[in-house]
Design a protein around this ligand. Sequence first.
Ligand code: GAP
Length: 565
Amino acid sequence: MSAMRHLLDLCKRRGFLFQSAEIHGGLRGAYDYGPLGVELKRNVSQEWWNSMVYQRSDVVGIDTAIITPPAVLKTSGHVDQFTDEMVDSRLSKERFRPDKAPALKLVDQDKVLPISAPDKVTAKVWEQDIRTQFAKGALITRKGKEILLQVERMEKDKIVLKRDNTSTTSEPTDLHIPYHGYVDPNSNSPFLTTSTRQLVDKTLHPSLTYLRPETAQGVFINYATVQRSHPHLKIPFGIAQIGKSFRNEIRLEHAIFRTPEFEQMELEFFVAPWQAEEQFESWRKFRMDWWKYYGRNHDRIRERPHAQDELAHYSSGCVDVEYLFPWGWGEVEGIANRGDFDLSKHSEATGIKLQYTDAILMQERQVREKATGVKETSVEVLAKERFTPHVVESSCGLNRAMLALMLDAMEVVDEQGKAIPFPGEGDNNNDANDTSIVSKGVRTIMKLHPRLAPVKVGIMPLISNNKDLVELCTGISQSLRQELQVNVSLETQSTTIGKRYYRMDEIGTPWCVTVDFESLQDRMVTIRERDTGEQRRVSAEEVVEIVRDGLRLHPRGSSSTSNQQ
Ligand code: GAP
């Protein structure tokens, strides 16, 4: 079984992640986060926010509207650059790009239009759909998995089909099929939906709004209002935002890796043009340190600089942070030097000046010019000079980050606690039939960083139906909840303590506390650590301090800070 399959099974079984609307057959690409998933997702975003906003004095947060007027996305270039034209085949329901699709193929001296179904059963269904919905009264035959439509003639933007004079249909027939120069690449079917671009162009109206494709534009259009309302924010400074974004993705893949609805954690850092390069390098390092702090397997995280022809229209430099997923390296975050593209474009479109200057910054520039031997700009010129800020961006997908961090934390061990690798790990050979990984005695430990763990402490009475034991457990869990505001789980199922420990390991709970009959006498309990399995007796009161200490945020770079095992 592949690591991904194993993780998705666990996610469903333990309540991290569910296919959305499953009881109605499910909706492809849509996922619901269960009680543990929502905790993990909140923790990942909280750790991001903490490092980007609370731990710094030069970044503030914002939360902007998801619905966005077309003017914003026209200005940003999204409408022209990113609206991939897409068309759905009305027979197969497959989606494809018309600019890459082939032209119509006719046979028998251009008199027959063959449509190929994947198999005979589907061909029968499609034939029925054509007869009853798409070309009522047309002359149609079927040969195995091919449906053959007789063609009367081709017109400039139409295929005119031959009428079946024996047809008894009394409904009005229209045998003029619109044709725009392409057909479904898999079947040669001309029965297609209108292209998304044509639909957008036709329906685009000032009162219509978009769902935003990135949170970044909300930041750019608020740059001036944030700066004015927080005059202490001097360049360089940043605005951070976490929120939902939406994209009309052609390919939906690997569960929450690529979905039409997802969440982003984005920072737009506004800098003077001469600071951009240095800030870009500094943010690259800062973000890689973040990933290494919360990840265990540092060899599965890397930076990949973009080649010149890969850069987005706004970007003058970009590196992707990539994680080694079970199917190969995949982007989890992009760090880009966006230049002054965004603020210049919004300024041009609105006529509102989005420029900046301040005396200290200009002095800094003079010192820099002196140090680098560049011809110094005079004090008089500097005093008048204003510039459009450049932007260094860090843009991370929250759902992707969560997926990467779960895969990174997941370890399958045998009865002796020895890690077992997944078959095909590191290559694309995900053998779904290989069940060796789920054989007897094999179990999963989710070695999440304690600050990310959805449940921080599992508290369990030795005997689940003993009132006194349960009461002491409730008391300890109340202290943890009140003093540390953390998620605690009271594990009162009537299974063995060992089984309850393993259930907690599987969801990544860093500590378990067991209350036994001796505890009732001396208020001493057993605390067990997830990664080592080590157990010790401590007083019930000490538990809060142990957990508090374990959740402490250590300074980055110190050897004890990393989650690497
Ligand atoms: N503001 C820049 C921007 O949006 P991007 O590379 O298009 O850049 C940034 O997206 C991050 O958002 C990606 O690295 C990825 O983690 C996440 N992301 C993008 N599209 C996604 C999708 N369809 N599903 C899940 N995450 C996605």
